[in-house]
Design a binder for this molecule. Structure first.
Ligand code: GLV
Length: 312
């Protein structure tokens, strides 16, 4: 039995992944693409942005495991083998890192650091009056594991936190929850800092266009750390130019890597990071992946499986 790892060229050294996954699964022969060996022996594929088309070559594949929380990079393979379970990665370290990323940018905007950076360029000494966190509302779109973790860490810092999701949920502690398209505008009008952690799907594609984003109060901020293609980039740029949105921290884009001629790169109110908000940690992810493979080997369900109806 063999397991194949395939990671994107923009990621950390694949040897590190090999080492951790192999040490968690000594009973399985772990191989790194393109050193596949006998294709009939591959029973598991563990991937992040694999070269499309390769997965259909393994006739004995039992499951595809994502090396990230999202699985859109798998679903976009036009040659994806049908009817195999696709397993998302829910990993405490990844969630923790996403919380750090969110907290970093919320504080950057909340505490006026984006202004102090601009002032420094002009050697300008000007103290901005500070706003208390309880007077600032952070709205989180996508209240799964990651969105809830971010919400709780912001509540710990005293912020007001709202959440929006596609479906009704029962209880979310101190996070006031809005759901469905009908409640989207009510959610947006109350939000000063919008964080997107929604997954990409046919339902979320281009969900936030100018008409929706204009519900955000003038002077709002956006942190996109879910997926590109959900917030329309051209509309975002035009709202930044109109100063309706004050600034945006973007980690994900419609096209990645972000093309060098994309105007977002040079916009003075846009902060760009190269899809690093939640980097999967090889050591802790390998443990989660090993647990899921053992579950499958024992005839149990891995967790969480991509649900086609929910779209994530
Ligand atoms: C990162 O984007 C992930 O899906 O984990």
């Amino acid at each position: 039995m063999a397991l194949l790892i395939s990671v994107s060229e923009f990621w950390e050294d694949e040897k590190v992944w090999h080492q951790w996954v192999q040490s968690e699964l000594p009973e399985i022969d772990v191989r790194v693409y393109p050193d596949v060996g006998n294709e009939n022996e591959i029973e598991y594929a563990v991937v992040w942005k694999h070269p499309h088309g390769i997965l259909k070559r393994y006739p004995n594949l039992k499951a595809i495991l994502s090396l990230g929380a999202g699985v859109d990079h798998i679903l976009s393979d036009p040659d994806l083998p049908k009817d195999l379970p696709i397993v998302r990665l829910v990993d405490v370290k990844l969630t923790h890192e996403m919380c750090f990323h969110a907290l970093h940018w919320v504080l950057h905007f909340h505490s006026d650091h984006y202004l102090y950076m601009k002032q420094q360029l002009d050697r300008k000494w000007q103290q901005q009056s500070s706003i208390q966190p309880e007077d600032r509302t952070v709205g989180i779109m996508g209240l799964g594991n990651i969105g809830r973790g971010i919400g709780e860490s912001l509540i710990d810092q005293g912020f007001k936190v709202l959440g929006w999701g596609a479906n009704q949920k029962s209880s979310l502690g101190d996070i006031k929850y809005f759901f469905g398209k009908v409640q989207l505008s009510d959610f947006l009008v109350k939000t000063n800092i919008l964080i997107n952690v929604l997954p990409f799907s046919k339902d979320t594609k281009n969900m936030l266009r100018k008409d929706e984003l204009k519900f955000l109060p003038r002077g709002s901020f956006i942190i996109n750390m879910g997926r590109g293609g959900i917030i329309n980039e051209a509309d975002l740029l035009s709202l930044l130019d109109e100063n309706h949105i004050t600034a945006a921290a973007l980690d994900v884009f419609e096209q990645e890597p972000l093309p060098t001629n994309n105007p977002l790169w040079s916009h003075p109110s846009v902060y760009i990071t190269p899809h690093i908000a939640g980097q999967s940690n090889p050591k802790s992810s390998a443990k989660t992946i090993a647990e899921n493979i053992r579950r499958i080997e024992d005839g149990k369900m891995p967790f969480p499986i991509y649900n086609i109806t929910k779209g994530y």
